[in-house]
Design a protein around this ligand. Structure first.
Ligand code: ADP
Length: 497
């Protein structure tokens, strides 16, 4: 039996420390309606605490605050902004255990993974504290020699940042850190299922020296009613969204009215291609990470395992053995590597996709069912022989289900990998360098894990092609999502001299 590694008193302390109001203009306060949102622990189904449920008027107040703070924040020195972000990084590292526990309680992932997310999420603060002082422009002579060209960058202005529930800290820092580094103010709308981490993080930012109004947080059950007026408000200059493709597409429609700048991190349907020359130890290890990290609830999760027919049996047998060894339970319990799914809908979806695949000829190698009892758990599952046309191949599973189909040559492997509307990340395992390079050029993807099962890193440009989105987060590219490019032409200074 697994046992809890945190006491009830510790849980209470961490939850009770979270401010539960809206954070607007540096002050915490209730929603103008007085309504609240219950935040539920998915491992138990119990309510942890209630937070404010913002109204559209509250959302506009938050935008007012961001607009009021914009000029002064943009006028601070890059070094100052850098040091504020660095202080936030240091504070987060000091409180890593509390943030990890809070995330596990509201989102479900095992504590070790939450600690991993604190490291990953924290890296965006450190990375962009370093990038804040490295924004440069350029100066040159135009081809005709008649003038001088100056290119400079300046903050885009107030931003709306909408984040999902699956990485409550990292998705917030990945947007807030570059925005602040660039000199932008923000309104953050965290996911209604996991608002606590963002609220705690906003309090930390204030402590790190972020001035009033620079970061505002509105939690709400009425995402569309609160966000749409902001997206249509000309004072808002940028929307950054991470979430599902249908919602992203709706937001793009809203944003088109004022030709708002957008960054969109949308859905994925990652292929995980194992070639006949792959190092199978590495492929199995990569598969476990790419599939079961975050209980499969990541847009980067491997969705379709496309395995060369000559190694499919061995790969399947080895993966099944590993999956049978995974322990399911509350993320706060000792030794657990698979926590609950976020809610009942997620469990139903995983179950439906498995049943559909089986109905079309697939074989359940292990797992396949929801787990009884409180909480929203699904058994870690492997299905093999998944036939073309199965819904699991076209739908983002977002659960611990590893679906295997086979291919017989590289051309077919590439064709199957690209056979999706999405293009966020792909994984491929091969020992052939030239093949790896061909894949990098031919797979329709924004990111490729070549012989690795996790690609996310604050120093790298994260983002997709096709229906997976627009723009890049992280890396040198990440700060430019929050900067305008301005070109200035001046006459040849030597003319007439
Ligand atoms: P998921 O299916 O993973 O929950 P969603 O795309 O539904 O992803 O949600 C991602 C984020 O987008 C959440 O913060 C959610 O509240 C928000 N959201 C959902 N619908 C809208 C909308 N119409 N306008 C603005 N935000 C929305």
């Amino acid at each position: 039996m697994s046992r809890p590694v945190v006491t009830a008193a510790e849980r209470r302390r961490v939850v009770e420390a979270v401010p539960t109001g809206l954070f607007v203009g540096g002050s915490w306060g209730p929603s103008s309606s007085g309504d609240t949102i219950d935040v539920v622990d998915p491992a138990t189904g119990e309510v942890l605490v209630a937070v404010a449920d913002a109204t559209p008027a509250d959302g506009l107040r938050a935008l007012d605050a961001a607009v009021a703070a914009q000029d002064a924040w943009a006028a601070t020195s890059p070094r100052h902004r850098s040091e504020v972000l660095r202080r936030a990084f240091d504070l987060l590292m000091q409180r890593r255990d509390d943030f990890a526990l809070l995330m596990t309680l509201e989102m479900g992932k095992p504590l070790d993974e939450s600690l991993g997310e604190v490291t990953y999420g924290g890296e965006f603060l450190r990375w962009f504290s370093e990038e804040a002082v490295r924004v440069s422009g350029r100066y040159g002579t135009n081809p005709e020699g008649t003038g001088r060209t100056t290119v400079l960058h300046r903050p885009v202005g107030p931003c709306l940042l909408i984040t999902p529930w699956n990485f409550p800290l990292a998705m917030a820092t990945r947007k807030i850190a570059p925005a602040l580094a660039a000199g932008c103010t923000v309104v953050v709308k965290p996911a209604e299922l996991t608002p606590l981490t963002t609220l705690a993080f906003a309090a930390l930012l204030a402590e790190a020296g972020v001035p009033d109004g620079v970061v505002n947080v509105v939690t709400t059950l009425s995402a569309n009613d609160v966000c749409e007026p902001l997206i249509r408000d000309p004072r808002l200059r940028k929307l950054s969204f991470t979430g599902s493709t249908p919602v992203g597409s709706t937001l793009l429609t809203q944003a088109s009215e004022q030709v708002l700048r957008t960054s969109m991190e949308l859905g994925g349907n990652a292929p995980f291609v194992v070639f006949d020359d792959a190092d199978l130890d590495a492929a199995v290890e990569g598969a476990m990470q790419a599939k079961f990290r975050n209980v499969g609830q990541a847009c980067t999760a491997a969705n379709r395992f496309i395995v060369h027919e000559s190694v499919a049996d061995e790969f399947t047998a080895r993966v099944v053995e590993r999956v049978r060894g995974l322990r399911v339970g509350a993320g706060t319990d000792d030794g657990v590597s698979v926590g609950p799914l976020i809610d009942d809908r997620a469990v139903d979806k995983a179950h439906r996709l498995v049943r559909d695949a089986v109905g079309r000829g697939a074989v359940v190698e292990t797992g396949g069912h929801p787990v009884d009892g409180p909480g929203t758990f699904f058994e870690p599952t492997v299905v093999s022989g998944v036939a073309p046309g199965s819904e699991i191949l076209t739908t983002e599973i977002f659960g611990p289900v590893l679906a295997i189909s086979t291919f017989h040559d590289e051309a077919e492997g590439v064709r199957l990998a690209n056979d999706t509307e999405f293009g966020l990340v792909a994984y491929a395992f091969t020992r052939d360098l030239a093949r790896g390079q061909r894949l990098a050029e031919r797979l329709q993807t924004g990111m490729l894990g070549l012989n690795v099962g996790v690609v996310s890193n604050a120093s790298a440009p994260f983002g997709g092609v096709k229906s997976s989105g627009l723009g890049r987060e992280g890396g040198a590219e990440g700060i430019h999502e929050y900067l305008e490019t301005v070109y200035v032409l001046t006459p040849d200074p030597f003319a007439g001299s």
